[in-house]
Design a protein around this ligand. Sequence first.
Ligand SMILES: [Zn+2]
Length: 115
Amino acid sequence: MTCKEAESLVMPYIKNELTDEELFEFLEHIEHCPECREELEIYFTVDVGIRQLDSETGNYNIKGALETAIEQSRERLEAARLVKIVRYAVSTLSVMALIITVLLQCRIWLQSGLI
Ligand SMILES: [Zn+2]
């Protein structure tokens, strides 16, 4: 992902509008690119600041809030990855179960002299 692409994803990220793939690439980029990370921090700070004005929650740890948001994003990706693995495992298992069922059925037919 280029810096230009990453920059265009900053607002969607804050609004939580990214797809899992976009989110993954965005986080990768943010981790290795201080400029885009700073860009994100600025927008994030403004966003949190505005919401803070709305709710008047007193002093708020903005740096910590961004860390928490990034941490949650990673957890979301991790959860999505797990769902994918489980789905794959389940579909593999059900195909195997089907094959075993057919084989067992063939054995029963063979033993009872039907084929
Ligand atoms: Zn960048």
